[in-house]
Ligand binder design. Sequence first.
Ligand code: UDP
Ligand code: MG
Length: 320
Amino acid sequence: MNQDCAVVRRRISLVVPFHNEAAVISQFFVSVTSVLRGLKDVDYEIVCVNDGSTDTTLDMLLMACKHDRHVLVVDLSRNFGKEAALTAGIDAATGDAVIPFDADLQDPPEVIPRLIERWREGYDVVLAKRAERNTDTWTKRGTAMLFYRVHNAISETLIPNDAGDFRLMSRNVVEALKQLPENRRFMKGLFAWVGFRTTQIEYVRLSRAAGKTKFSAWKLWNFALEGLTSFGTLPLRVWTYIGGATASFAILYALYLTLRTLLRGVDVPGYASIITAVLFLGGAQLVGIGVIGEYVGRIYMEAKRRPVYIVRKVYGSDGA
Ligand code: UDP
Ligand code: MG
């Protein structure tokens, strides 16, 4: 190595999932490359994962790839969802540090130099925490807060509040992540699970630069369930306690009824209390079965050992 290279040039990989983001792509590359080009002593690559887009996203990515040697395009064979797309991108990334990034510029690229600065101080993970989420709707903020509360109350792995996927991870962390074998990947949880020396910085999350969100309320609900069932078995175990409490209550109630019958004789047959108890217990059992189903379903999906994603083709600066 020649002497001019005494300063170690490090390489960062920006990993960006794209699902029907044609509306925002040109703006994305302009903003991101202007920030990345300005970095001193840092080389970079932008790993773009096309997650089964049905608009012109792929063509636009390939165009960018043709004109910029820093751009790599991983084209998945269909839409696998954001978590799988991120996994594909992280697997393809070659940098000394990896930064997952949203295509819609909600995470401002200007934050990237701050992440790198902290990484240079020796941290393995630099979380970018949302200082405020004014641009999210009231319901999204509320439900997100509720999710973090519930998740952290019942799971062994704590997810930092208001930290999304946007963060910097060193190569060590990335290699650790790659060793996690599960197919159903709740990335925020996996990121937290691997640990390492972590610090955080704050930033203000903006609204989408263009296009619209790919996550409906229903998708978010399922995503939350995924998170809750990925990192803990409390929802499964809690039924033992609920069942125990209900049964104890039933015994006490039976005692009370017996005593009352002995003292006061039979009064009007209690249709209301019977039907209430039947319905309540029926409901509780169904929920319990549902929760077990949720976990059995996961066991079934994991048991199949299918890959998390399928790559149709990789386009790189030197390849195609
Ligand atoms: N995304 C993806 N696959 C999907 C859905 C979303 O790769 O099935 C990408 C999307 O292109 C964007 C990122 O995930 O880069 C975040 O999506 P979005 O901005 O719609 O989510 P929100 O910010 O509204 O939570
Ligand atoms: Mg977004």
